[in-house]
Design a binder for this molecule. Structure first.
Ligand code: SF4
Length: 208
């Protein structure tokens, strides 16, 4: 597919996403990024309560941390990131709050419903690199049961929705999670950012 065909196909998919009401417990609006024809796919977890009003993923505090990691670790700032990397997620609507006060984890039915969009995005983009961010996204891309400490800082070859690609995982940048602020998380995160900086698809973004 040419870049313009890819952009057109993603635009059609985004129109379907925008009108999706498949999950009764989810709180709209649907949040997605622009139709970036990229070989790098970021898979996040689900938008938080603020992203809907900004109309873009990672628009609030977790995003600030994520973009700082990229700026410091790879030299790619937020604008270049948003222009060069396609941002998807396990769920595209805010799940609401859990009884414990944090954001509710999407349930299996919701994840399954939203996966139909992810499957199509992978088929359209045929990514060479996937960056799952947070345990929910890592479970989705690499399968359940993998520990963060054995995954962050490594690179794996994965087959995701029928397409082979490299996977470099990141912890969730949410302030609610202390994992990346304490050892071994700090060191492993630095290793993951080094791997990302050295990946040809990320290196290619620095020159655009
Ligand atoms: S989470 Fe996904 S499948 Fe569910 S309503 Fe939102 S866009 Fe649709």
């Amino acid at each position: 597919m040419s870049k313009s065909e890819t952009t057109r196909a993603l635009t059609v998919l985004h129109a379907e996403l925008d009108s999706c009401h498949a999950c009764p417990k989810m709180i709209g609006p649907v949040v997605h990024g622009p139709p970036v024809a990229s070989r790098v796919l970021l898979v996040g977890q689900a938008p938080g309560p603020r992203e809907g009003s900004f109309g873009r993923p990672f628009a609030w505090t977790a995003g600030k941390t994520l973009f700082r990691w990229f700026q410091e670790g790879t030299g790619i700032d937020e604008d270049a990131f948003r222009r060069g990397i396609y941002m998807a997620a396990v769920a595209r609507c805010f799940p609401g709050k859990s009884s414990g006060g944090g954001d509710r984890r999407p349930d299996a039915t919701e994840i399954g419903a939203c996966k139909t969009f992810l499957t199509r995005e992978v088929a359209i983009l045929r990514p060479r690199l996937v960056i799952p961010v947070g345990t929910l996204a890592i479970d989705e891309v690499l399968g359940k049961g993998r520990k963060l400490a054995t995954l962050i800082g490594t690179a794996e070859r994965v087959r995701y929705h029928g397409v082979e690609m490299d996977a470099i995982c990141l912890p969730h940048p949410s302030g609610a999670s202390p994992w990346h602020k304490m050892e071994p998380g700090k060191t492993l995160l630095a290793q993951a950012m080094k791997r990302l900086a050295a990946h040809p698809e990320i290196a290619g973004l620095r020159s655009t």
